[in-house]
Write a protein that binds this ligand. Sequence first.
Ligand code: SAH
Ligand code: SF4
Length: 408
Amino acid sequence: MIYFQSLTRNDLITLLQPLSQIKRSSDMTPDQLEVKAHRQANYRAQQIFHWVYQRHVTEWDEMTDLSKDLRVWLKENIQIFRLSTRQSRQAMDGTHKFLWDLVDGKTIESVIIPSALQEPEQELGQEPEFQKEGNAFAGRPAKETVQSVRWKRLTACISSQVGCAMACKFCLTGIQGLDRHLAVHEIVTQVFELRKQAPITNIVFMGMGEPLHNFENVVKACEILIDQHGLNFSKRKVTISTSGIVPAIESLGKRVDVSLAVSLNGTTDEGRSLIMPVNKKWNIEKLLNACRNYPLGSHRRITFEYVMLQGLNDSLEDAQRLVGLIRGIPSKVNLIPFNEHSGSEFKRPSDQTVRIFQKYLLDRQVTATVRISRGRDILAACGQLRSVFGTARGTEKHLDWGSNQSAV
Ligand code: SAH
Ligand code: SF4
């Protein structure tokens, strides 16, 4: 059995082509026959992609415009994969975290991160469908906090691996170590399931794992995410975030056209190597050269993520070096004040330190935003993700999914 979500549209065409039933007229050459069969398979593949990815139909029998024979063949050969939620929780700010069960008993996490649009008095027009009463994903923050905020963006933050091998010192997933790569269908289906519940607008590979360490599967998943007949996300709205695997950044640019975010997190090799072992292999200079050469296409800018750790990389000298380092690279900086967690001694800098750092950058014409970390009360923020059960190192069996759980 093949999982449907592991197939790009071209893969499906290849599978369907031998099934094409072309009425052969006597004057047709074999080449013409082949072209016709390909055209028919292409058309069928589009229909099937639409049913699954755009209409969320998961039973072959319900795809009424496919022939009976084709439906039988699909039933016998291709399975539409589903992820089941072991748990899901919603934070006070509307962030919604999902813990998925994989078939081998392992778990991964995805998060839906809403970003506020505006208060209702400023907003005219209709209530978005997904916020109406009775919708499975209400998408609302808890009443007592940000009562009637509406969402401009719904970003799905998805995982690419169970755990992560990169061992960044400040990251909970890094502490867990790598358990295994996710298969293409496991990556795509996170989005598929979230999309069934909410009108996701953006995808970021910022959940568990280093996406470029699972290169082929992530590239293929991206192809399905941006296929206009598939999940149909615009290239600019799919972002791969990497800790800096330089050869993979170089290959990525040649393989698939999505946005790139790079976790810089330090301004000297000494400091960066201390918190990110990957820097010992590919230092800042190599990393930034790969960024300079990255074909930016329609995305225009690379995002440099910069986790701010008190006393380690939050000084004005760091800000000054940062400006120098990224000069000439079309980019923006996303400052992420460290999210504290029990697995690490690092501290989050004060809000004032973050503001001063940001202002230094802004004053020098560097676009710099501060990420408001969402979902911190349910450990759904950056670097707070890890599977709850059966961790790679086997030491941490439980983490606080706490009492405030809701089944989806
Ligand atoms: N492995 C990829 C993507 C997942 S991590 C990467 O490293 O880029 C996503 C982002 O979360 C990275 O920028 C990482 O530096 C940041 N991060 C990890 N742990 C964090 C923490 N505890 N607080 C704030 N940001 C963190
Ligand atoms: Fe892996 Fe990214 Fe965490 Fe580093 S920050 S350990 S690369 S998930």
